[in-house]
Design a binder for this molecule. Structure first.
Ligand code: GDP
Length: 206
């Protein structure tokens, strides 16, 4: 299904407009500018699917993407859905916005039985920051399986990567819901995309 053209199906600003539970869902979370849109676009091979932008304060929505060609009627459901979660961590974000983010995300995480894994994207130049750790806390509390994906690895020296992976391993070692394997990616170079696709494919409906 990665070879199909993907489509955007819905932006979800509130829980009451979530699509009914259907295909297995894989969500992507990360600080704004971590490279989330670029990674989703690179995975599906479509430059314009998820918006890429540096402008903060985009609408806080869960954006649903599915492979095209399924009617959605009856049993003709897409085998997987990718959910682009709103970015977090704007320094200038007002408290109400942070609270709105937290409640939308936490409600989604806790209530979604079809959510199989959250990929938490971490910029390889910065590592896990305080607000990333807060999100990991939220995921542990919601007991949702998550996995760390390092982004923009083309921006760090190759010799630094093993050290970063080791440090990231250590940081999540005691976290209850963390999947131990860390995926190192670069959307620019295409690094790690096959590993990520394989992981996602493993969750797809037969
Ligand atoms: P988002 O806010 O998390 O969706 O981040 P974007 O995907 O919009 O990316 C933020 C910035 O990082 C953009 O300028 C991208 O071109 C850049 N970027 C994203 N992924 C990579 C990557 O793998 N390598 C490099 N060098 N730059 C990247």
């Amino acid at each position: 299904f990665f070879a199909r053209p993907w489509v955007f199906i819905r932006g979800v600003p509130r829980m009451d407009v979530l699509p009914p539970e259907g295909p297995p869902e894989i969500a992507f979370a990360g600080r704004s500018n971590v490279g989330k849109s670029s990674l989703i676009n690179a995975l599906v091979g479509q430059k314009g699917l998820a918006r890429t932008s540096n402008t903060p304060g985009r609408t806080q929505e869960l954006n649903y993407f599915v492979p095209g060609g399924y009617s959605g009627e009856g049993a003709d459901l897409p085998p997987i859905a990718l959910v682009d979660m709103p970015g977090y961590g704007y320094a200038e974000a007002p408290k109400e916005q942070v609270d709105a983010w937290t409640s939308l995300v936490f409600d989604y995480l806790r209530g979604r039985s079809t959510l199989k894994r959250v990929f938490v994207l971490i910029d390889s130049r910065h590592g896990i920051k305080r607000n990333d750790a807060d999100v990991l806390d939220l995921l542990d509390k919601a007991a949702v399986s998550y996995q760390i994906v390092l982004t923009k690895t083309d921006k760090i020296k190759p010799v630094g990567l093993p050290k970063l992976v080791a440090a990231t391993h250590e940081a999540i070692r005691k976290r209850a819901a963390a999947f131990p394997e860390i995926v190192a990616t670069s959307s620019e170079k295409g690094t790690g995309l096959d590993d990520l696709k394989a992981a996602i494919t493993g969750f797809a409906a037969a």
